[in-house]
Design a protein around this ligand. Sequence first.
Ligand code: NIG
Ligand code: FE
Length: 413
Amino acid sequence: MKCFKNFSQILTLEKASQKDGRLLTPDDLSVLNKASIVFDEDKIHWVGLANELPKQFHHIPSHDCEGYVLTPEIVDSHTHLVFGGDRSFEYSMRLNGADYQEIANAGGGILSTMENTITTDEEELFQTGIERIERIASYGVGSIEIKSGYGLTVESERKISHVIDRLKKHFSGKIQIFNTYLAAHAVPKTYDNSHEYMQKVVYPLLEELAEQNIIDFIDIFHEEGYFNYQDSEELFKVATKLGIKIKIHADEFNDNKGALLASRYNAVSADHLLCTGEDGIDALANSQTVATLLPGTAYFLGKPLAEAQKFLKAGCKVALASDYNPGSCHCDNILLIASLCAKNFNLNMAQLWSALCLNSAHALGLYDQGALIAGNKPRFSFFKCSSIDQITYSWGRNFAISENQLIQETHQT
Ligand code: NIG
Ligand code: FE
């Protein structure tokens, strides 16, 4: 059992969690000043004001955390961080006037990262994966979802899924890694259509990986020119049979009814949602499917942001994630993205922090974390500053520290 006492602030998100992360007002933030927490490896035992610490916990050795802030763990529920090469040339092309589709037509886009990922060996992908995860963790992020999807052949997608599995084991006990199978990310030019590619690559490998029990979620890029409604629905049926939870890249460039489909199949999340219509928004609001917005991507592509207020007002659970990838959002810092978009989305503080910690945890099916309440998993982020306000106010600045650092810097009493 451990006791960290006297934090300048603890953000609990207790009220937000009682409201299932929906229709949040500023009062739902739940911040305690001068507060303490008691926990063991499995769960939180007590959270409250420092001067109300129950007697039975007085004997536990504690650390004095004045000058630090504790929040529920920040979760990045959408990344594509296993890839070879980079696409900096595309970024320059884009600044010089080319759009996403023109870049893809010119041999750029997902298929160009595919070439680079196929020719990068497993060990190198694993090592760069470690570096990327450590950098993300340094911002205070403790759970990270990683998608395959830059292999697009049976051999290469297998290689990526195995790399993600190795990363998961490498960080086990510290950072939680989730393995998402996104072989349905683009159709290589050697196939006539998406259906043929699904049959020859996506399903056979999915069956193999499901047997090895290494896949946490399936995902599909449901978009014109990539995968259509039938492809997505069929994949969701197969995943449901295999007992694998569903995620989807939905309605990014067009209203493809991806959000609607996601809620119908109980997806844990529908992501992007730049073009989702009223019907999709209503369907998400009436489901457990989290609406995950990826504003870094819209910023990077120079597009209008998703209409966050429509989702929030309808009663959706809204999460934020980075979408870190080599093409459409080469930014791995979800806190920086959150600082940038908070006012443009008109998020109040409860919506902002729920989107980072609570709803993002739900987007990975983690219903026992994301709020600091007794019984929940002891998953935290620590910041060396004196208020929650400072964290996203100082955008691009990093206040996060690890639990070990906190223990070293504070004295035990
Ligand atoms: O989430 N939209 C599809 N996939 C990625 C982009 C991948 C890429 O351009 O490499 C995304 O934005
Ligand atoms: Fe993505």
